[in-house]
Design a protein around this ligand. Sequence first.
Ligand SMILES: [Zn+2]
Length: 122
Amino acid sequence: MSLSPLIALLFPHLSDLHVTNITRTGTTLQIHAATQQPTAVCPCCGSASTRVHSRYRRHLLDTPISGQQALIQLQVRRYFCDNPECDRQTFAEQVPGPTSPYSRSTPLLRRTREIIALALVW
Ligand SMILES: [Zn+2]
């Protein structure tokens, strides 16, 4: 049985990623994943780019899984913007489900924390 349908069912916010491995270190589950999109859109000018500048790994905390801390080790790419009129020369790709610019946690974890914080206020 392939893990992809199971991962998409249990973690819909990760369905656009290619999950390569899941390991456990102590009480932390590490989900190793990479993006699958062949292009990315420059956030400055909106031009699509296929020319990869470099790759790097982002570390994103996610909601706990069965009481274990979840950490997504996501490999993302930095692209060249080939539009000569654009102010940016390179930009990092964003994955709509698990990432947002400069964040070290998933939007799902941030929403969960906000709900808990608001419940504690009332
Ligand atoms: Zn651009």
